[in-house]
Design a protein around this ligand. Structure first.
Ligand SMILES: Cc1ncc(COP(=O)(O)O)c(C=O)c1O
Ligand SMILES: [Zn+2]
Length: 388
């Protein structure tokens, strides 16, 4: 198989870099870099039917992933997670077409596995041996696992109040776990400082182009699993934003490939009431978000006071005609209980936030009861036993 990965491009100033350069953020403007593909060539050479008989994991989309040599792929079977029809829950909420894509099925029990599978594969291709990452919890657990599989040394920086399960899943590996007295941004400063000092590759969210490529496979899967039709709305729990921007990037790529057409889904960004920098920016019609002081929420993955990709997240919401709203911690717990009671799915608090948000968006008239609504449950409730 051949990847159509052609170059790297700054999402802000447009500067181009070769596909072989181990560059993290733009050297001119310090903004987010994306992997780009020769989609015209891909369109003429491959069709969406090639995936039908491939293994049910995210590497089925190898042609659209940024790895040159298939031998460098580091996989634990991530991706191709189920999309459940949540009819009982839908009935309870007044929604006729409610779907939940359940990312808890991934290795390490969260969608973070996708990003780390892609990034660790690329690090292997670069022949780099040590990596660092700041993490709210799940990304650290995922990196520890993929680094172990690849034989890399990893250094993980988590706020000391990160979920216990995610701390434990790192501490029982060969990774080093550094607990930070502060928020994920403080962990980020320490992660980058170690990487700079020791010549390691730092994998902070959207500060390198590869994790978002792994996350974008959620978008390819949503299309393929729904027979190349997209839902009317996608509701996403947002922290650093790799997931929502990855899905949006996938939609644009699939259009250029000629694999989908018609209306794009509205993208809804959900944050916690105690940490909502993007919701605030959206309400101010801004393209950039100010830092949220003193973030507080049980949903560790959404406890992110500022995101380097704020303009990419907000662009996706504005371009798609979506919106951004908040959910409280109490509501997350209520909807964890409601969802397991009606559907048998034990959602993470971030996933439960999307269920609650679907009800709020219906009440606000931002979605309709007949719309097909796809929620992302980004991880397993079993990693957050302390909140229930
Ligand atoms: C379970 C869970 N959901 C959502 C998020 C937010 O992810 P993103 O960076 O894609 O916004 C995280 C990030 O840590 C997470 O662990
Ligand atoms: Zn730039």
């Amino acid at each position: 198989m051949k990847s159509y990965f052609s170059h790297l491009e700054c999402t802000n100033c447009g500067k181009i870099y070769p596909s072989t350069a181990p560059i993290r953020i733009c050297l001119s403007c310090s903004k987010v870099i994306y992997a780009r593909y020769d989609l015209e060539l891909a369109r003429s050479k491959i069709s969406k039917t090639i995936f039908t008989n491939r293994a049910p994991n995210m590497w089925r989309y190898f042609e659209l992933l940024p790895i040159a040599d298939q031998n460098n792929v580091v996989s634990l079977g991530e991706g191709f997670t189920p999309i459940h029809r949540a009819d009982n829950l839908g009935k309870n909420l007044g929604l006729k077409n409610l779907l939940i894509k359940d990312e808890s099925f991934n290795p390490t029990a969260s969608f973070k596995a996708r990003g780390m599978s892609a990034a660790v594969s690329k690090v292997k291709e670069f022949n780099i041996k040590e990596v660092t990452v700041p993490s709210a919890g799940n990304a650290g657990g995922a990196l520890a696992a993929y680094a172990a599989k690849a034989g890399l040394q990893s250094h993980i920086f988590m706020p000391k109040d990160a979920p216990e399960a995610t701390q434990k899943e790192v501490s029982i590996t060969n990774a080093t776990l550094n607990l930070v007295d502060g928020f994920i941004n403080d962990a980020g400063v320490q992660s980058r400082s170690l990487a700079d000092k020791k010549g390691m590759f730092d994998l902070s969210t959207l500060q390198e182009p590869y994790r978002a490529e792994g996350k974008k496979t959620m978008g390819y899967e949503i299309a393929e699993q729904l027979d190349w039709n997209l839902p009317d709305a996608i509701i996403y729990p947002t922290g650093g934003g790799t997931g929502i921007v990855g899905i949006w990037k996938a939609i644009k790529e699939m259009e250029q490939l000629g694999w989908i057409s018609g209306k794009r889904p509205k993208m809804f960004c959900i944050q916690a009431e105690g940490c909502a920098p993007l919701v605030r920016a959206f309400s101010e019609k801004s393209r950039f978000a100010k830092v949220w002081e003193n973030p507080k929420t049980i949903a560790a993955g959404m406890r992110v006071p500022s995101a380097i990709g704020d303009y990419l997240i907000l662009d996706a919401i504005y371009e798609s005609g979506g919106s951004a709203i908040t959910v409280t911690d109490d509501e997350m717990i209520e909807f964890i209980k409601k969802t397991i009671s009606l559907e048998g799915l034990f959602l993470c608090p971030e996933g439960a936030a999307t269920v609650c948000a679907s009800k709020k968006l219906l009440d606000l008239g931002l979605i309709n009861k007949k719309d097909s609504i796809l929620l992302l449950n980004t991880g397993s409730g079993f990693k957050y036993m302390e909140v229930v």
